[in-house]
Design a protein around this ligand. Structure first.
Ligand code: GUN
Length: 291
């Protein structure tokens, strides 16, 4: 069984990005600059944004964190976005999701300049990705593709079942894996909450991408011997025996599924670290496109 080590692969990627930054700053130019906008105090979002800022520091990027009160109005947030769009010293930025309920997420995403949309959530980028044009690809599916490529996992002609159809993971990874190119050319089935006989589908799959958000949903009887398992789940499950009061669980019952899989991503240490590394990669791409 091959452990698809996202932590190690992300570290390699970060070293590559760090070197690229050094060669930029050695020429006397400013380093790439990423900003993150966080509205409110959601615990998981604070953790993610904190990790993104630390990763920027590590590779030598400049970073800006714009932390706003949960009561921030849509108009106030749109003003911040306008300023970020206009700032020539900024290569890319993200607006951490989810946003408070009184803010229209779609309106915010549409206001982001696609040239600075390093999350790849703007319809211009999503459409370009779907048409195989140059685009910013959302960091989580981009990270999965990178992991499959670096571990030379054969995807061509394989049956891949993606469980989940979110705009951030399920939908884009299903598009990318069916496209021509590396980690592509798969025959992709997208399963979701209305899918009938999910077990029959997963049992036939050569590759399973779990992006459902239900802890330990995929069990050994649902998996074919030798399948490749990608676990995108990161759910905080309350656990009073743990100092933080919770443990992080993936969508896969890891131990029992790992014993049947030919390759599998752990949680934590699988897809999660890759997401952050690919956000950095997108920011470096944005920098080069703007210079
Ligand atoms: N919330 C959960 N994942 C993401 C992500 O990749 N980007 C942003 N902006 N928000 C998220």
């Amino acid at each position: 069984m091959i452990l698809l080590d996202g932590k190690k692969t992300a570290q390699t990627l970060k070293e590559e990005i760090k070197q690229a930054v050094t060669s930029i700053t050695d020429k006397g130019k400013r380093p790439p600059h990423l900003a993150a906008v966080l509205v409110g105090n959601d615990g998981a979002s604070l953790t993610y944004v904190g990790s993104k800022v630390r990763a920027c520091d590590y590779v030598g990027f400049e970073s800006t964190l714009i932390q706003l009160e949960a009561s921030t109005t849509e108009a106030e947030l749109l003003k911040h976005i306008e300023d970020l769009n206009k700032n020539p010293e900024l290569d890319g930025y993200i607006v951490q999701l989810p946003l408070p309920k009184h803010i229209d997420e779609e309106k915010i995403l549409l206001a982001i300049d696609p040239a600075k949309d390093v999350d790849g959530f703007h319809p211009a980028n999503f459409g370009r990705m779907a048409l195989e044009m140059e685009a910013f690809i959302p960091a989580t599916p981009f990270g999965i593709i990178e992991l499959l490529e670096r571990y030379q996992i054969e995807t061509s002609g394989k049956h891949c079942v993606v469980v989940g159809r979110s705009h951030i993971v399920g939908r884009p990874i299903s598009i990318l894996m069916s496209q021509k190119g590396l980690a592509g050319n798969a025959t992709v089935t997208v399963a979701h909450s209305r899918t009938k006989n999910l077990n029959t589908l997963t049992k036939e799959a050569d590759i399973i991408v779990m992006a459902l958000g239900i802890p330990e949903y995929l069990t050994a009887p649902m998996v074919k011997e030798g399948a490749v398992i990608i676990d995108v789940g990161i759910t905080r499950v309350p656990d009073s025996t743990h100092p933080k009061g919770y443990v992080i669980k993936g969508d896969v019952a890891y131990e029992e599924v790992a014993s049947k899989a030919s390759a599998i991503t752990p949680v934590p240490g699988g897809v999660g670290p890759m997401t952050i590394a690919m956000l950095l990669k997108n920011t470096l791409l944005a920098y080069h496109r703007n210079h």
